[in-house]
Design a protein around this ligand. Structure first.
Ligand code: NAD
Length: 254
């Protein structure tokens, strides 16, 4: 009998899902049967991504959310409960990065990167936790980055913020395991998304960058979304507090 991932009856929030990895993840979760709340600071893209899922027969709603704002995060959790009755899966995907040497960064630059990448993850996680604890079930998947595991030049503050998300992932997993909530992280390598184009071009283009990857290519959003789907599903039930690089072998840290 083929093995299936069936998320029907489950409800998911994906932040920053108006485009890129988040959008691909929302589509995949919906294809597996989940009802998906697409949260993005860009309301038009959140609504368009939800419409795309509905056009393919899935269930999705799009809502404007600024993850840096704890009130928005609480409103997002409430809107999901109102619409779907539960919150089973949270994918903390929204992030922001400034590509500069650290010596050229201003405190405003680092504030902005840390507020979206780290505080955004804390705000939305905090907002969904009561519902997950009451249900005695939940899956939280945090987008990290190899930058947060091994450090990347030109992405120093982003590396620091993602390192913070990595430590938060491990610590929260230890707190909430008793409620049958798992918390894991996915660390993508460079992935073809709208947000990464400037970095890819600035670093010399795909062909040059791909040489650093044992699998000799950069990731597509679907490569990352597949791993998130696994961590959101029952197949990963006994895995928590772990961070997995999905980066074509670029980073092999434990
Ligand atoms: N693309 C890569 O190469 C790469 C590599 C490693 C890790 N990642 C991680 O994967 C995740 C997705 O990256 P991506 O490349 O798809 O990004 P992207 O820039 O293409 O998309 C990010 C989305 O987040 C939204 N967003 C930004 N600020 C927000 C806020 N305050 N509140 C809500 N939404 C907000 C944007 O509107 C956008 O739709 C991020 O966590 C990123 O750090 C990406």
């Amino acid at each position: 009998m083929p093995i299936e991932i069936d998320l029907s009856g489950r409800s998911a929030i994906v932040t920053g899902a108006g485009r890129g990895i988040g959008c691909e993840t929302a589509q995949l979760l919906a294809r597996a049967g989940a009802r998906v709340m697409i949260a993005d600071i860009d309301e038009a893209s959140a609504r368009a991504a939800a419409e795309q899922i509905r056009a393919l027969g899935g269930q999705a709603l799009g809502v404007r959310t600024d993850v840096t704002n704890p009130d928005d995060a609480r409103a997002l959790a409430q809107a999901t409960l109102d619409a779907f009755g539960r919150i089973d899966i949270l994918v903390n995907n929204a992030a922001r990065w400034t590509t500069k040497l650290f010596k050229d960064m201003t405190p405003q630059d680092y504030d902005a990167d840390i507020r979206v990448t780290l505080y955004g993850t804390l705000n939305v996680s905090r907002a969904v936790l009561d519902a997950m604890m009451e249900q005695k079930a939940g899956r939280i998947v945090n987008l990290i980055s190899d930058a947060g595991r091994i450090g990347e030049p030109y992405l120093t503050v982003y590396s620091a913020a993602k390192g913070g998300v990595a430590a938060f992932t491990k610590a929260l997993a230890k707190e909430v395991g008793r409620y049958n909530i798992t918390v894991n992280g996915i660390a993508p390598g460079i992935t073809h998304t709208p947000g990464a184009q400037e970095f890819i071009q600035g670093a010399g283009g795909e062909e040059k960058l791909a040489k650093a990857y044992p699998l000799r290519r950069l990731a597509q959003p679907t490569d990352i979304a597949n791993a998130i789907l696994f961590l959101a599903s029952d197949l990963s039930a006994y895995m928590t507090g772990q961070i997995f690089s999905v980066s074509g072998g670029y980073s092999t840290v434990g």
